[in-house]
Each structure stands twice: as C-alpha cells, then as structure tokens.
Design a protein around this ligand. Sequence first.
Ligand code: MYR
Length: 285
Amino acid sequence: MNRKVAIVTDSTAYISESVRNQHSIKMVPLNVIFGETSYQEELDITTDEFYEKMKSADELPKTSQPAIGQFVTLFEQLADEGYEQVVTIHLSMKISGTFQSAISAGEMVDRIDVFGFDTEISCAPQAYYVLEAAKLAEAGADAKEIIEKLTYMKKTSRAYFMVDDLNHLHRGGRLSGAQLVVGNLLKIKPILHFEEGSIVPFEKVRTEKKALARIVDLLAEDVSKGGSFYATVIHAHRLDGAEALAATIQERFPDVKVDISFFGPVIGTHLGAGSLGLSWQKQYT
Ligand code: MYR
C-alpha cells in the first residue's frame, strides 16, 4: 500500500457508498431514534424511508452520535490494514458529539495516529473536505499536509440554508430560543448559516423566493471575485425544488459545476422536510 493515511468521516457528509469505495473513505454512521428504536442512518434506514416514517410518527425522532467503540473498532482495523495515520473528518463539534467521540477513540488506540478535523459544518460542504482529503491521501500526502489544506479550504467554503419550520431546530437545541421567537412572530424565512461551527441566522427574509434569490446573489459575489467554483444544492425530501434551484444556478453560472445532494435522516430530524440549502467551494487544484 502506497498511502499510509486513512480517511474517515461520518454519515452526515452523505457521500454515496460507491464514491466512498472509489476513494477508500470509511464512514461511521450517526443514529436516528423513533421511540425506543435506534437506526443507523444509511445502514438501517434510507433517507426516503426516514421522511415517510417522520410523516406518520406519533413522536418526532431524535438523533445520537456514534458510540466511541465504533471508532475504536474502525481505528484498530485500519491499523491492522497497515495504515499509519487517520484523518477523521466530522460535522461541527458545536452541534454533535461525534468529533469528540472520534478523538476519544483515537486516544484509546495506540497503534495508529489519529488526527481530527472539525469541519464546523455538515452535509455537502463536509463532503468537499472529505473528498479533497481522500485525493491528497491517494497522492501520498501525510496527515499534517492534509489538515493544512483542509484548513485553507475553510476560507472559501460557504453554505446557506433555509427551513420550513424553525421548531425542528429549536426542539433539537441547535438554535437559540430568542431567535425562534423572533422568527415565528415575524413569519419570516430566515436564511441560516454557520458561524464558528454554530447555526445562526444570516439574514431575515420574508419569503422563500427572496431568500433563495439572496443566496444565489451571495454565490454571484464570490464568483465575481474570480476562480473556479463548485456548488451543491441540498434538499430535505424536496428533489423538485432542488432541481429547479440547480437549473437556475447552472443557467446563471455556466462555469460553476453544480450538483445535488440531500439532508439525510440525522440532519433531516433537525431541519424538517422541505428544507433547502446551497453550498459552494472555490476549487484550488
Ligand atoms: C447528533 O445527535 O449528534 C447529531 C446532531 C445533528 C444536528 C444537526 C443540526 C442541523 C445541521 C444543518 C447542516 C446544514 C449544512 C449545510
């Protein structure tokens, strides 16, 4: 084996199994819990099954991070396979304990050096970091070089999203109460984003149409500064809305590579069906 660095992420990057296999990316799933039953997302429940179940469930679902033991088992296995280092890349530590579980597991496994990277985000922009890390590892970079490059990418990684019903985020404790009251009183559709790993409103806009137009304008501002960009429309059980937004973006920015991803069960629990987001990243290589 030429490469000595293994790349690990969690399920909330929503990278397909085939792409993971293509780049030897390992994935540890988070869980979604309906009543007494816990499902590992992707493994025990598909995204479509989840949104169907959410419609008819008596009680709204909850989520949980992977157990430390799952990371320990994986890191041991990677050491057995001959890897010397692991770069483990996760959703923001401000919204989930997943990153901390991975780091604690790393401290328990002596045979391999584990380096954590907190993306301070989740979903498609998390996947950008993971795929870049995998390509660098394949090219022979070591963990330090990979982390340096990912840290540099943070400067030009953007993501904005909007939800249909702010109560999901509030109920899961991922948005402050004061912000909820303002949002509901004014019946606004706030554009949300991450600031230092926490979810905060970016701007308060009254309609979804205006919010989406504003997000596309933010992309335009970045594109106008020069360079190549790739973008991802992310949706929660709303493919038609995502396709329409992707088509608008592609028409306005023919040089931007646009694709579509989704909010899977764990993130869907906190955002609710109907949410839409847009992320983009400047291309360096
Ligand atoms: C856990 O239980 O550990 C998982 C908690 C996940 C919280 C998710 C909050 C919403 C994240 C939105 C990401 C949008 C990215 C563009």
